[in-house]
Design a protein around this ligand. Structure first.
Ligand SMILES: NC(=O)c1ccc[n+]([C@@H]2O[C@H](COP(=O)([O-])OP(=O)(O)OC[C@H]3O[C@@H](n4cnc5c(N)ncnc54)[C@H](OP(=O)(O)O)[C@@H]3O)[C@@H](O)[C@H]2O)c1
Length: 445
């Protein structure tokens, strides 16, 4: 029986999970594949740590080059993370004609395009299912299961840390900074949580999803990105009173005429979603991706977006897909696999990104104002000048010397128009602090 020989870079959280499946789940995989996947080599800076696995038949090195250059490795799994040296190792493996599987969303979001070109030149494949949604096979669903559809929208809760923080803030009425500290103590948030809480991690994943959905090039640098650090427990409570829950969403939509996509809208920000929307039910560290297509209508994929075992599950599924087209001798039939980004080479376009000023939304505004007569009237008059009408106004506390919060929900307007109104509102002497602007998605409700 033919076998495919795997080399692993990084034996951290996910690398250990992948090694565990490859060493302990052999029989099931062989029954599914009709061939064997064998872990032959692995590299990590720390080779001495006990990972609770029997590596007696695996060459372990502290030098990744030993794996990337090994003649007996057919497929390299990159689980080091970050941009460099991961990019160099992946490029070297591809150059040597080895297939690559990675869970590294940062790498694919930033350098994916050059790596896809290199892989195609060398006749090998690159798999990255685990880079988006961890254990949820949402890329495979988008690339293959929904291939007959023109995709109309993608909405995702793509970062478990942020979802955990927002859920806990809601359940306990606790403030952001306290919950973040607790999440760090529990290991749900990194010591440096910047990529998670500022929305960068979600933007990496959204850039990949959007390109795959609309046949465009990956443009991570074009994703409008805001994080969750300005959300207070009071905002979560006010949103709930108005019938909404706040989620950090990645949102991608196509724009164009006659069914031809000309521009892609990509944004990541805390979003008000109706309390009864399916995506609003996704709590704690879970992820979900809602994809709508012109024939299939709405579909939703839910599960663990991170963690050793779920993420390793997605990595190994990619290894198995590639193993199916490996001949064992002679060139591998990678053209039998769906193209990595779901469109054949040359059919993915360099599409423009819709400028954020042109995005149309309904908005939640939180103003901190002096509790004086006429303040709300001056704010609403500026909004009226900009033809922005209001769905709701809520002022919670009164008769205080301190600034009090006023919450407003607007009807739909363009971001550019809203921002013009907000800069006039911010200049009012009775308005203190920067106005908090949150966007609403109603999912057609
Ligand atoms: N953790 C998750 O839940 C999750 C979910 C989805 C995707 N991912 C992605 O999966 C990848 C791996 O994440 P992880 O959580 O497993 O990270 P991790 O626990 O930090 O593991 C990375 C491992 O690679 C080692 N390493 C770093 N540079 C190396 C080098 N030059 N040569 C050899 N080994 C090196 C690290 O050693 P040191 O610790 O000594 O640096 C560490 O043991 C990342 O791209 C991440 O974004 C993770």
């Amino acid at each position: 029986m033919s076998e495919i020989r795997v080399g692993l870079l990084g034996l951290g959280t996910i690398g250990t999970g992948v090694a565990r499946i490859l060493l302990e789940q052999q029989e099931l995989m062989t029954r599914r594949l009709g061939k064997t996947i064998r872990l032959v080599a692995a590299a990590d800076k720390d080779t001495g740590r006990d990972r609770g696995l029997d590596f007696s038949n695996v060459r372990i090195s502290d030098d990744a080059a030993d794996v990337v250059n090994a003649a007996d490795v057919d497929l390299v799994v990159e689980l080091i993370g970050g941009y460099e040296p991961a990019r160099t190792f992946v490029a070297t493996a591809l150059t040597h004609g080895k297939h690559v599987v990675t869970a590294n969303k940062a790498l694919i979001a930033k350098h994916g395009e050059e790596l896809f070109v290199l892989a195609a030149e060398k006749g090998v494949s690159i798999g990255f299912e685990a880079a988006v949604g961890g254990g949820i096979p949402c890329l495979k669903a988008l690339r293959e299961g929904l291939a007959a559809n023109a995709i109309e929208s993608v909405h995702g809760i793509l970062n478990g840390t942020c979802n955990f923080i927002l859920t806990k803030m809601e359940n306990e009425g606790a403030d952001y900074a306290d919950v973040l500290k607790e999440a760090q103590a529990l290991g749900y948030a990194e010591a440096d949580p910047t990529f998670d809480v500022e929305g960068v991690d979600t933007a990496h994943k959204l850039a990949i999803l959007a390109a795959m959905a609309f046949g465009s090039k990956i443009r991570f640098d074009q994703v409008f990105t805001e994080g969750i650090n300005r959300i207070s427990a009071a905002d979560i409570e006010a949103a709930a009173e108005l019938g909404y829950r706040i989620k950090l969403l990645g949102i991608a939509k196509p724009h164009g005429k006659h069914g031809i996509v000309e521009q892609v809208e990509m944004r990541v920000h805390p979003t008000l979603v109706p309390l009864d929307a399916q995506i609003a039910q996704v709590s704690d560290s879970y992820n979900a991706v809602q994809i709508s297509g012109d024939f299939v209508e709405h579909t939703m994929y839910f599960g663990r977006g991170a963690g050793e075992r779920p993420t390793a599950s997605a990595v190994v599924a990619d290894i198995m897909d590639i193993a199916r087209v490996c001949s064992g001798d002679g060139p591998d039939a990678v053209d039998k696999l769906a193209p990595p980004m779901g469109f054949v080479a040359g059919e993915r376009k360099e599409l423009e990104t819709l400028p954020i000023a042109d995005v149309a939304c309904e908005y939640y505004l939180r103003l901190m104002v002096k509790d004086q007569p006429g303040v709300i009237a001056s704010v609403t008059s500026i909004l009226a000048d900009h033809r922005i009408s209001l769905e709701a106004v809520m002022q919670k506390e009164r008769n205080s010397d301190q600034a009090v919060p006023v919450i407003m929900l607007t009807h739909e307007t363009s971001e550019g128009n809203l921002q013009a109104a907000i800069s006039r509102i911010t200049a009012l002497p009775s308005v203190e602090e920067e106005v908090l602007i949150l966007r609403k998605e109603t999912f057609g409700a």
